[in-house]
Ligand binder design. Structure first.
Ligand code: CAA
Length: 249
């Protein structure tokens, strides 16, 4: 069977790297997007250590906040490796601060990177998925997009926006074999979470029923499932991976 091509935006980050590894282990050809030169070095080493590079993975540089850059990047991936069958929108940043101190730059940086990126990249791949009659789009949202978080009006708004996007697009494409779902991690042991002030982080961890941060691999396993044939009838859904931090019906 022909290998499926998976594109993971923010693929060299903490959660993104674990997703790349898992999708490559699932037998897909994985392309990791990155937007900051130099950040790919650690990823290359970790893929090599996992025995996954270079036959089953590749890197693609490009700024997810720029529509034209994403059009060019996806065209290049398509020419070099084939059309994208699985898209994981994982690129994300934080600019945490209370709303009264938040600058327009901090607002736009997070909205552009975490939400507009989902439009910019998905728009490049959805037509091809529909034409081929098969596609998987998995958007990484967050527990904080569902419940809101003190200090994250920008991030919570972007992550909540991803959930709305997921449910709307899911309705438009499901008849042609394309599913669109979200995975909402809680607090995961990555550089992003370790950047939270230690005392604040300790208070957060104390509220998690599981009593610990998530492992990036635990998020990747959910993405792997939603990207598989087994999840063909799941669409517009949101899978929480938060150790019980936020439960809702
Ligand atoms: N609810 C209510 N009040 C709170 C609060 C909360 N959750 N957190 C802090 N406060 C209060 C404090 O008690 C304090 O009150 P007083 O002035 O009366 O003492 C006041 O707000 C100021 O608190 P800080 O000292 O924390 O304020 P700061 O300006 O130094 O820091 C902040 C603000 C940077 C937002 C800091 O609170 C913070 O880092 N919070 C955590 C934000 C967070 O969870 N980010 C997640 C990053 S990881 C991620 O985003 C991945 C993911 O998807 C989960």
């Amino acid at each position: 069977m022909k290998k499926k091509i998976a594109l993971v935006t923010g693929g060299v980050g903490g959660i993104g790297s674990a997703i790349c590894k898992r999708l490559a282990e699932d037998g897909h050809f994985v392309v990791a997007n990155y937007g900051i030169p130099g950040t790919e070095t650690k990823w290359l080493a970790s893929m090599a250590a996992a025995g996954l590079h270079p036959g089953s993975t590749a890197l693609a540089f490009g700024d997810v906040t720029k529509y034209e850059a994403m059009a060019e990047m996806v065209a290049k991936i398509t020419a070099e490796h084939g059309p994208v069958d699985i898209l994981v929108n994982c690129a994300g940043i934080t600019r945490d601060t209370t709303f009264r101190k938040m600058t327009p730059e901090q607002w736009h940086a997070v909205i552009d990177t975490n939400l507009t990126s989902v439009f910019n990249v998905t728009r490049q791949v959805v037509d091809g998925m529909l034409e081929r009659g098969w596609g998987r789009i998995v958007n990484i949202s967050s527990v904080n997009g569902i419940r809101g978080q003190f200090g994250q009006t920008n991030y919570s708004a972007a992550k909540a926006g991803i959930l709305g996007f997921t449910k709307a697009l899911a309705q438009e494409v499901v008849k042609k074999g394309v599913t669109v779902n979200a995975v909402s991690p809680g607090y995961v042991a990555t550089d992003m979470v370790m950047a939270i002030r230690e005392d604040v982080r300790a208070q957060i961890v104390a509220q998690i029923p599981a009593g610990r941060l998530a492992l990036p691999e635990e998020v990747a396993d959910s993405v792997s499932f939603l990207a598989s044939d087994k999840a063909a009838y799941i669409t517009g859904a949101n899978l929480s991976v938060n150790g019980g931090l936020h439960m809702y019906a």
